[in-house]
Design a protein around this ligand. Structure first.
Ligand code: LMR
Length: 349
């Protein structure tokens, strides 16, 4: 409860600071839609970038570097204000804040875009991605571009600019080692969002509850849920190993991000600045991909070294048994994700 109240207090404080800083006043008028204008006599462009992970997470570090690059490349004509750790907006309101233009850029785990387009749950389809390379091929594919630039997003005044990566998810819980489907029966897990994750847990005889990322540590600590699933780096930077006893290296699904901007804001930026910001994003994206690989590997070692969780590595047979158990998820959701998208991803293997 204290943590919850503290989070609310910090969020309110951050909002007051933003309001008082007059950030909005400095921002270039984005209503003009004059995307060909150059920056000569405009005021500084302020891009508010909100995200939910810590500053030292993969996403957090890349966001900070992006901000530095924007400042360098635009000679200070544009500035990115990064609000990490759900300081300004959390899972429940970040997307609405982007649609309404209260923030200009977010980098959510793509699952959380389910509110606008259920196809984003492709990322949760169990064992859809074979390995890291498969995920990267997808990010660079035309298939990925169709979902990143969809009409559903445009009609909500949003556009996607790039995919950022995190990695494969693993199960954790504080009750028992999880090796086979029957081990999950009766347990309750935290889920990020959407029906596909709900169905994933149901297929194992488990329950789930959607809980915002910023509230998950407390939910695990207080026993609101028995377990969770996440990447090594998110587990490590959120310190879930302090409140969970077992981690199964399952790699059963992915957690990846995309960078979304408010479309009117983006298109209203002076063209030269927008180009420089795009360059900065390309560089930050390269860095982010590298960090995702390096930091997830380092976090796995940290979690093991902590000695606080029992790490369960699955045999090929155990992994296959889990994969077989997830068949109902495909039966129920292939049409929602669309066969076209699923086939497009499969073809990149
Ligand atoms: C989660 O909610 O577990 C993740 O989406 C958090 C994040 O942004 O990596």
């Amino acid at each position: 409860m204290r943590k919850f109240l503290l989070t609310i207090f910090i969020s309110l404080l951050a909002m007051v600071i933003v309001a008082c800083s007059g950030g909005d006043k400095e921002t270039t008028d984005t209503d003009s839609g004059d995307s060909d204008a150059t920056s000569d006599d405009t005021e500084q462009v302020v891009i508010k970038f909100s995200h939910v992970t810590t500053i030292d997470s993969v996403k957090g570090q890349a966001a900070e570097r992006f901000a530095e690059l924007v400042e360098e490349k635009t000679d200070g004509k544009a500035k990115v204000e990064v609000y990490p750790s759900s300081q300004l907006y959390g899972d429940n309101d970040e997307l609405d804040a982007l649609v309404s233009g209260n923030v200009h850029m977010i980098a959510p785990s793509v699952t959380k875009m389910v509110k606008l387009d259920p196809r984003w749950q492709y990322v949760d389809m169990p064992y859809l991605f074979e390995d890291q390379e498969h995920a990267r091929k997808f990010f660079e594919s035309d298939v990925a571009q169709t979902i990143l630039n969809s009409d559903q997003l445009a009609s909500n005044d949003i556009m996607g600019l790039a995919f950022w990566e995190n990695g494969f998810k693993h199960f954790m819980n504080d009750k028992q080692p999880l090796r086979e489907p029957s081990d999950f029966e009766g347990l309750k897990f935290r889920a990020q969002a959407g029906k596909v994750l709900e169905s994933q847990f149901e297929a194992l005889g488990a329950g789930s509850a959607t809980i915002a990322f910023g509230e998950t540590y407390a939910a695990l600590q207080q026993g609101t849920v028995d377990g969770t699933e996440n990447t090594f780096n998110n587990i490590d930077t959120q310190k879930y190993q302090e409140v969970q006893k077992y981690m199964t290296v399952s790699e059963h699904g992915r957690l990846d991000y995309a960078i979304f901007v408010n479309k009117s804001f983006w298109e209203g930026m002076p063209a030269d600045i927008r180009e420089q910001v795009e360059e900065a994003l390309t560089e930050a994206t390269e860095l982010e991909w590298q960090l995702a690989a390096d930091d997830n590997a380092a976090s796995f070692e940290n979690i093991k070294d902590s000695g606080k969780v029992e790490v369960i590595e699955l045999t090929d047979e155990e992994r296959q048994a889990l994969s077989d158990a997830f068949k109902p998820v495909y039966d129920e959701f292939s049409d929602v994700i669309t066969q076209e998208l699923l086939d497009g991803i499969e073809a990149l293997k």
